[in-house]
Design a protein around this ligand. Structure first.
Ligand code: BGC
Length: 907
């Protein structure tokens, strides 16, 4: 009997467990257990998991405890299905403190979860006075030509038993810190790049395990980096300052409850280390013979080192780090080591990437090895660096000569697939060299694979374009003497980027720099952080990043705060356009226009793809104004809704008067003109159909080729599919001759190119002055692949994928497409497959969301879900036929639909 009871109890327990909703993946400000939060009301998010379909949260309760488990916030049981970005609303949070938190939820099955596992966050140094540390600078005179990297050290004693320790560090220039010889943290290129003189980030590290009882040594190396290194063109240096400085504060907490600060101050010493030269564009020279052996250990004799100078420098602009740091990611072994026709020794890593080559070598002291980096080989198969312009991308390592040595650079990065090696002692073997990718440590969230291997390679190229150019700021390219946060490129790619990786914090931080660098007249610079000067600003489609990206982040992540954060900046930008308009026509100033559009022979029959730049600016003026209306609506600012709605009407009227003929033609008869006018709803309803027909005809006239540049390309396929020309859009996607997305793929590209014809069919190159092979802008087609081909989208009215929409489009001879997106609620998946005469469509919807699913073709009677007729399933709401789709509504869970092969008019 006892056994039976035990058995039944066990079964009951298991059943209970199966149906139990569990709360997982707790995050604070979209980071896991972050250190260094400096907002007063950090936002908390979690996910629900449970076996049952249609799982929805009906209420939640949050518990936050501070030091000694004292409760600082126990929320009410809040009746709400909201589970992301809920602002903390307890007692005032204190500087440097750790807070633990848990959440409990109730679900629509009437069950309560257990309290979740405990997560935590730690506050940063909230006020300038919390910084006890002093800014310090090396105490010796610098070699002002080579500007070698200084090193600084301090020995100190931890007198009692340590329970925890944190280091808060920032610098002018880049820093790398070590405690007792071990690297502090695994971030690279810290403190990252911001508009330094207005906003300087510090990082927080848990250094508890690096400290020893008794004597300890802390050492820091500094490099020029973005702060004072060469940036942009000419001999543009010292953009933020001339000297390298360090600010460091370690807070050690002892087991008796006391604490001690170890700070940067006059007690430190400074010297030079092995890094003789270091520049982002040009690379690093590391002479290992100059290594100060043992400088990171306690027994080191620093008597010959210089003192440091304490500097009275500001701390008011110090901020905690909001985005994920740059970290090491993929490691690539040498794919091929070969000698070029010119006789040079070259390593091919098989992937164009950003980071550095790491060398393992043994040789004599003084042997010097040079590593040159390039993206491509030329027509003859030789190492090609002309497109780097003046960036040298050259690392030099001079051996110490003491057995095996490992070299990697510290304060530079290179964009490359090929490395030319000069001076390697002996034979270079695969084990001597590998390539290491560096990029901001954003969580990978999106996948897309299909039955077409070229498209799969295109998707890999899009992702590698993102990896290579999301290096603390979104850069245009990572290799030549540029690598700047070009606003236009960033806005063009933002939505695609947001599918592939979690870019919320990355952009939230960069947008703050955008607002900080915005001119007083509202103009937004071409690059952020702005290193091109006050006048380099205000170009349509570039400056609009200040409106488009906040809106994109809101739609993608459901974060209203980012709209509130950027609201003034957005308004100011609209104000700038308005002030520079004549009767609402913005036809002034410098504009890049449809940058790098493909130019099909200006000469022959007037069909050149040159789009009037002011027609473009008017379209962006309208689009930003529309997004302003949207943002004002979301934030409940009704006065602004009225104001901007009126403005929008006037801007569109002015557009029609100036750029539209009475019969509905645009003055520029280009793809981009029609794409922008249609995408931004510039035309009256009755003229849209014929405008779309003109666009489709234009594409056909070019034999199914695009002619668009940076501004037209992102919307081209969207406009075609929206107006019933998905077949034309698929032809563009599948086009293999240039200009097209697959042309570079056929040419062996492993990233997205800046130019449609960066390398021509005869393997010669486009003009070297503007020919990057790692420029993500044209990768914006990804957004169409994910939202239209795989069909995964969020409803804008329930942003952040709270209400999902899955509406796949079949075409392009795809027989199978599979995509997934890891939203803040959990995994969303769309997988469709045509198998003979049947169509299989699997979807996955995360808990606490709902979805509208569009099943291509099919009638309710012909559709089954895991073999059961659709009509028999209670947990699926049937809506009915909409065009070529059969529409249903579902909640969370995994579903597998089958139907007959859809007859498609769109293919
Ligand atoms: C950059 C671009 C940028 C452009 C402005 C170029 O040098 O690489 O991607 O948007 O300038 O036109």
């Amino acid at each position: 009997m006892k056994k039976i009871v035990a058995f039944l109890t066990g079964v009951f327990f298991c059943l209970n467990l199966i149906s139990q909703t569990v709360v997982v993946n707790l995050t604070c400000e979209k980071r896991k257990n972050p250190l260094g939060i400096d907002v007063g009301n950090p936002r908390l998010s979690w996910q629900l998991t449970g076996k049952q379909r249609n799982l929805i949260q009906t209420a939640y309760q949050i518990k936050v405890t501070g030091e000694g488990s004292s409760a600082v916030w126990l929320s009410e049981k809040v009746v709400s299905s909201r589970s992301i970005l809920i602002p903390y609303a307890g007692k005032t949070l204190e500087t440097g403190r750790k807070y633990n938190w848990q959440v409990k939820v109730w679900d629509n099955f009437g069950k309560a979860s257990a309290w979740s596992e405990t997560a935590s966050w730690e506050m940063g140094l909230l006020k300038p006075e919390d910084w006890k540390a002093k800014w310090i600078r090396p105490g010796f005179e610098e070699d002002s030509v080579m500007r070698p990297s200084p090193i600084l050290r301090k020995q100190f004693s931890a007198t009692k038993k340590i329970t925890s320790a944190r280091a808060f560090i920032t610098s002018h220039g880049l820093y790398e810190a070590f405690i007792n010889g071990k690297r502090v943290g695994d971030s690279y290129l810290t403190p990252g790049w911001t508009s330094y003189n207005k906003r300087l980030q510090y990082q927080v590290y848990d250094i508890t395990s690096l400290l020893l009882p008794g004597s300890n040594t802390i050492g820091v190396a500094l490099g020029s980096g973005w702060y004072r290194g060469h940036l942009a063109w000419q001999e543009n240096k010292n953009l933020y300052g001339r000297s390298l400085d360090l600010l460091l504060q370690c807070i050690i907490t002892y087991s008796d409850g006391s604490s001690e600060n170890i700070i940067s101050d006059e007690s430190w010493h400074s010297s030079l280390g092995p890094i003789r030269y270091s520049e982002l564009y040009d690379g690093e020279i590391n002479d290992a013979r100059l290594d100060k052996t043992g400088w990171l250990t306690n027994s080191y004799d620093e008597s010959k080192w210089s003192n440091v100078q304490v500097q009275d420098l500001p701390k008011e602009h110090l901020i905690a780090t909001r985005n994920e740091p740059v970290r090491m990611h993929e490691h690539f072994p040498a794919k091929r080591i070969f000698t070029t026709p010119k006789g040079e020794l070259v390593v091919d890593f098989g992937q164009n990437l950003v980071g550095f080559a790491q060398l393992t070598v043994s040789g004599k002291a003084g042997d010097s090895i040079k590593l040159y980096h390039a993206e491509v080989l030329d027509k003859a198969g030789n190492f090609y660096t002309e497109n780097l312009r003046v960036a040298k991308q050259e690392n030099i390592y001079i051996l110490k000569g003491e057995g095996q040595e490992i070299f990697e650079p510290h304060f530079t990065f290179q964009g490359f697939r090929f490395v030319k090696v000069v001076g390697f002692p002996g034979d270079l073997k695969p084990e001597n060299i590998k390539a290491v990718a560096l990029y901001s440590d954003m969580e990978p969230t999106g996948t897309f694979t299909s039955s077409n291997s070229l498209i799969n390679q295109l998707q890999r190229n899009i992702q590698w374009g993102q990896k290579g150019n999301f290096l603390d700021v979104p850069t245009d390219c990572p290799q030549r003497d540029e690598r700047l946060g070009w606003t236009g490129d960033a806005q063009v790619f933002a939505r695609t980027a947001a599918f592939n990786m979690d870019v919320h914090n990355f952009f939230a931080k960069w947008l703050q720099d955008l607002a900080a660098d915005q001119s007083t007249d509202g103009s937004i610079p071409h690059v952020i952080p702005n290193v091109l000067g006050q006048n380099a600003s205000g170009s349509a489609g570039w400056a609009d990043a200040g409106v488009i990206i906040p809106w994109t982040m809101y739609v993608h992540y459901g974060d209203t705060n980012i709209l509130a954060q950027q609201y003034t900046s957005m308004k100011n930008w609209i104000g700038f356009m308005q002030k520079n308009s004549n009767n609402f026509l913005w036809n002034k100033g410098f504009h890049f226009g449809d940058w790098l559009f493909y130019r099909p022979g200006d000469d022959n029959d007037g069909r050149a793809a040159v789009t009037d730049k002011y027609l473009i600016s008017q379209c962006f003026f309208a689009n930003s104004t529309q997004l302003m209306v949207n943002a004002a609506t979301v934030l409940g600012r009704s006065e602004d809704v009225k104001l901007y709605s009126n403005l929008l009407k006037n801007v569109k009227d002015a557009f029609m008067k100036e750029y539209l003929t009475p019969s509905g033609r645009l003055v520029s008869s280009t793809q981009t003109a029609y794409v922008l006018a249609l995408n931004f709803d510039m035309l009256p309803e009755e003229l849209r159909k014929q405008a779309a027909a003109r666009l489709a005809q234009n594409v056909k006239d070019y034999n199914n080729h695009l002619t668009t540049g940076f501004l037209g390309t992102p919307y081209l396929c969207h406009v075609l599919s929206r107006f019933g020309y998905a077949d034309v859009a698929f032809k563009l996607l599948m086009q293999e001759t240039y200009p097209s997305w697959l042309y570079p793929v056929k040419m062996g590209a492993t990233t997205i190119w800046e130019r449609w014809d960066g390398q021509k069919p005869d393997s010669s190159f486009q003009t070297p002055g503007m020919n990057s092979f790692n420029h993500y802008a044209y990768g914006a087609i990804g957004d169409w692949m994910y939202r239209i081909v795989a069909g995964i989208d969020t409803e804008d009215s329930a942003p952040g994928y709270k209400r999902i929409r899955i509406m796949p489009h079949l075409g392009g001879n795809f027989t199978e497409v599979q995509a997934s997106y890891l939203s803040d609620y959990g995994l969303i998946r769309s997988h469709w497959k045509i198998d003979g005469n049947s169509f299989q469509f699997d979807v996955e919807i995360p808990a606490n969301t709902s979805a509208k699913i569009f099943i291509p073709g099919g009638e309710v009677d012909g559709i089954t879900e895991t073999t059961k007729p659709l009509s028999s399933l209670k947990d699926i709401k049937v809506i009915g036929k909409e065009g070529e789709y059969f529409v249903i509504e579902i909640g969370s869970g995994k579903y597998s639909f089958s139907t007959g092969k859809p007859l498609l008019t769109q293919n």
